[in-house]
Design a protein around this ligand. Structure first.
Ligand SMILES: Cc1cc2nc3c(=O)[nH]c(=O)nc-3n(C[C@H](O)[C@H](O)[C@H](O)COP(=O)(O)O)c2cc1C
Length: 270
């Protein structure tokens, strides 16, 4: 097993005796699934593990929508960038940031509910994010594969319709769930010195860490020998690495209608 980070030896030693860390270190997104159904009760166990995550002030600003029906999964696949694994996996879970339940509590208790500040949006988004990662880990520990589906935000208005999302909710991410039909490699992660800072934020050596990571990703074969021009040097080519991949990913605005859908759902960013 190849874990790419500056502390590889320590983590390998810990993982041998610690099944939780070992499970975490074995994570890969699974994009091919066997048709076998998920056994009864497993989705409930996975969501229960999600619910045990810490949650801001115990407010539990989340919901999970588990979808088994093939027609709905096919519609989801189409709305989420035609991703084949969504239709193929026996279960899809939409992870929902949910302030609707608190809104009801506010009505029941006769209090106003402020939900148009960025803080409220972040609270709900963080809560469901922690929940879904706990759930992902639980699923993987049962031998299932998962793949997050951020593309659930591609067509947010249609997703509101399809899943019947009420005001004060939105889908943060989807997740495919099923028994893996593939055994993909672990994707290298950034060297730890690019990620872990001690005491204060340190900008020291990020370029060397990025260069090292570019090489690790190129060596992994993920980019299949792609070449790109060296910036500022016309006609000179070099291997396509993570910095090129990631810079391309953020050079254009993404999901430009999402802000409007969120506002229509009752969220705002004051
Ligand atoms: C919030 C989120 C959304 C994602 N959306 C998608 C997606 O729509 N489709 C997909 O195939 N993978 C998606 N991924 C998976 C990432 O591409 C993947 O985690 C990353 O490339 C690292 O690979 P690994 O998970 O195999 O280590 C998403 C991951 C996260 C955390």
């Amino acid at each position: 097993v190849y874990w790419f980070c500056g502390e590889t030896a320590i983590i390998q030693r810990m993982s041998i005796n610690n099944p939780v860390i070992a499970q975490m270190m074995a994570h890969r997104s699974i994009r091919a699934y066997r048709p076998d159904p998920i056994p009864d009760g497993w989705v409930e166990a996975i969501v229960a593990a999600g619910q045990r995550a810490a949650t801001s002030s115990n407010l539990q600003m989340y919901s999970a929508i588990a979808v088994k029906q093939p027609e709905t999964r096919a519609a989801l696949a189409q709305l989420c960038g035609d991703q084949r694994h969504i239709a193929q996996a026996p279960v899809f879970i939409a992870w929902i940031a949910d302030l609707a339940r608190l809104d009801r509590a506010s009505v029941l208790r006769g209090h106003p509910h402020v939900h148009d500040h960025v803080e409220n949006f972040i609270l709900a988004t963080v809560d469901v994010s922690l929940m879904m990662q706990n759930a992902a880990l639980a699923a993987e520990s049962l031998g299932l594969g998962i793949c997050y589906i951020g593309a659930i935000r591609n067509n947010a208005r249609e997703i509101v319709e399809l899943l019947g999302l009420p005001r004060l909710t939105y889908a943060v991410s989807g997740m495919t769930l099923g028994f893996p039909a593939a055994d993909p490699m672990l994707r290298p992660r950034l060297p730890m010195r690019a990620v872990l800072h001690w005491e204060r934020y340190s900008a020291e050596a990020p370029d060397s860490a990025l260069a090292e990571y570019d090489q690790a990703m190129i060596d992994s074969g993920i980019y299949e020998g792609r070449q790109v021009p060296v910036p500022g040097q016309a006609g000179v080519m070099e291997a396509y690495g993570w910095t090129e991949h990631s810079a391309r990913r953020v050079r254009d605005p993404q999901r430009v209608t999402l802000g409007g859908v969120l506002r229509d759902q009752g969220f705002d960013f004051k």
